[in-house]
Design a protein around this ligand. Structure first.
Ligand code: SF4
Length: 383
C-alpha cells in the first residue's frame, strides 16, 4: 500500500510569541477557539479523502506548530481517531508531536503516549539560562531535562530535541555543552537550527537580539558537526542528526523526498506528486470561515512545470546525505556540469559519492543557498 504523511498545524502558542519566531500562530487562545479549530480540522481531514483516497495508508502524522503541546491529550486522540476513521494508519506509522518542555509533565506525556503519539520533538533551543531568556522562551534548562525524563518514563523511545545556534550572545562552548547534555540525556535525534530573524519576526531590528554574526554561525555549526560525528551520529540532513538511521524523522524525510503529504490547519502546505502543491490561508479566522473547504478552488495551489519539479528535486535532495543524481543538475548546467562539480569538490563543498550521487559536505551545507545557485542558475538547455 502506498503511504502518505499528514501534517497537522496547531496554530496556537501559550501567552506570547517568542521574539525571533515568524511561524504562523496565535497567542493565548481561549478553549472555545481551540474547539472551533478542531471541528474545522476534522472537516478538512474528511474532505481530503477526495484527493488522498482510502487506498493510501498513513505512514506518518506530525503535529507541528505553533505549540501542539497546548492541546490536551484527549484532543490529540480526537484528531488521531478522526484520521483512523478515514484511512488505514499503517503498522509502525510514526506519530510525532512537537512539545514545549514546560508543558511536558509526566501525566501529560503519558496521555500523549496513550493517544497514539510515539515520537516527541522537544523545543528546548538551549540549555543556557541567559540564552533562553534572550530568546524569550518560557522554560528553563531544568524544564528541558525534566521533560526528557518524563517522556522516557511515559514510554517514549523516540525523542528529538531542537537547539538553536548562532543566536544573540551565543558561544561555541555553550552550544557544545548543550549538544553534550542532549547526548547525555539519551535523546535519539537532534535538530540544530541557525538563528536568523525574518523581517516579520517581532525582534527584527532589535540590536540585543541580532544574530551572533557569520563567523560565529559557521564555527558553531562546524563544531557541533564534529562533536556529533565523534559520537557516531548520522548527519542525514542539513539541520538534522540521528543516533542511527532508524531514528531519522520519517515524516520530514518523506517531505524532502517529495512523497505525498497532506497538510491540515492554517498555513499548512500539501503536496501530491509529481507536481501539485496547495496550501491553506495563513490566517486562523479565514481558515475557520473556510470550514475545511476545498483549497484548490480558492487559488491557493500551484502546478509545477517540469523545470520547477527538477529544481525542487535538486533543492531538497541537496539537503540530504543521499544527495542528487548529477544528471539532474546537468539539465541546468549542460556542458558545464563536470567543471562545476569539479570546482565544488576542490573547494571542499561537495563530492560525488560512492553511489554516484552529488552530495554536499558540511561546509557546503553552511553556504547551501550559494551552492544551490551555482548548480541551478543556468537555463535548462532547450530540446
Ligand atoms: S518559537 Fe514556538 S513557542 Fe515560540 S512563538 Fe514560535 S511557535 Fe510559538
Amino acid at each position: 500500500m502506498t503511504s502518505f504523511g499528514i501534517y497537522i498545524h496547531v496554530p496556537f502558542c501559550r501567552d506570547r510569541k517568542c521574539p525571533y519566531c515568524d511561524f504562523y500562530s496565535v497567542a493565548s487562545p481561549g478553549p472555545g477557539l481551540v474547539e472551533r479549530y478542531l471541528d474545522v480540522l476534522e472537516a478538512e481531514l474528511a474532505r481530503s479523502v477526495e484527493r488522498y483516497p482510502e487506498n493510501l495508508g498513513v505512514g506518518s502524522i506530525y503535529f507541528g506548530g505553533g505549540t501542539p503541546s497546548l492541546l490536551e491529550p484527549e484532543q490529540v486522540w480526537r484528531v488521531y481517531c478522526r484520521i483512523k476513521s478515514l484511512w488505514q494508519i499503517l503498522p509502525g506509522a510514526e506519530v510525532t508531536l512537537e512539545c514545549n518542555p514546560e508543558d511536558l509533565l509526566l501525566r501529560r506525556a503519558a496521555g500523549y503516549f496513550s493517544a497514539g503519539v510515539n515520537r516527541l520533538s522537544l523545543g528546548c533551543q538551549s540549555f543556557d539560562e541567559r540564552q533562553l531568556e534572550l530568546l524569550g522562551r518560557s522554560h528553563s534548562a531544568a524544564d528541558c531535562r525534566a521533560a526528557v525524563g518524563n517522556a522516557c518514563e511515559a514510554g517514549f523511545g523516540r525523542l528529538s530535541l531542537d537547539l538553536i545556534f548562532g543566536g544573540p550572545q551565543s558561544t561555541e562552548g555553550a552550544l557544545l555543552e548543550a549538544v553534550g547534555t542532549a547526548l547525555d540525556l539519551g535523546v535519539s535525534h537532534l535538530s540544530l537550527y541557525g538563528y536568523h530573524l525574518e523581517r516579520t519576526a517581532p525582534a527584527y531590528g532589535r540590536a540585543e537580539l541580532a544574530p551572533a554574526g557569520e563567523e560565529l554561525y559557521r564555527s558553531q555549526y562546524l563544531a557541533a558537526c564534529r562533536k556529533l560525528e565523534d559520537s557516531g551520529w548520522r548527519h542525514y540532513e542539513i539541520s538534522n542528526w540521528a543516533a542511527s538511521p532508524d531514528e531519522y524523522c520519517r515524516h520530514n524525510l518523506a517531505y524532502w523526498l517529495r512523497r505525498p503529504c497532506l497538510g491540515c490547519g492554517p498555513a499548512a502546505h500539501s503536496f501530491l506528486p509529481p507536481d501539485l502543491r496547495f496550501w491553506n490561508p495563513e490566517d486562523l479566522e479565514e481558515y475557520l470561515k473556510g470550514g475545511g473547504g476545498d483549497k484548490l478552488s480558492d487559488g491557493r495551489s500551484e502546478r509545477l512545470d517540469s523545470e520547477q519539479v527538477l529544481c525542487e528535486e535538486i533543492m531538497l535532495g541537496l539537503r540530504l546525505e543521499s544527495g542528487v543524481e548529477p544528471a539532474a543538475i546537468g539539465a541546468f548546467l549542460g556542458g558545464e556540469l563536470e567543471t562545476t562539480l569539479q570546482a565544488l569538490r576542490e573547494e571542499g563543498l561537495g563530492a560525488v559519492s560512492g553511489a554516484g550521487r552529488f552530495v554536499l559536505s558540511e561546509r557546503g551545507w553552511l553556504i547551501y543557498d550559494e551552492v544551490l545557485g551555482r548548480l541551478t542558475r543556468k537555463e535548462r538547455p532547450s530540446g
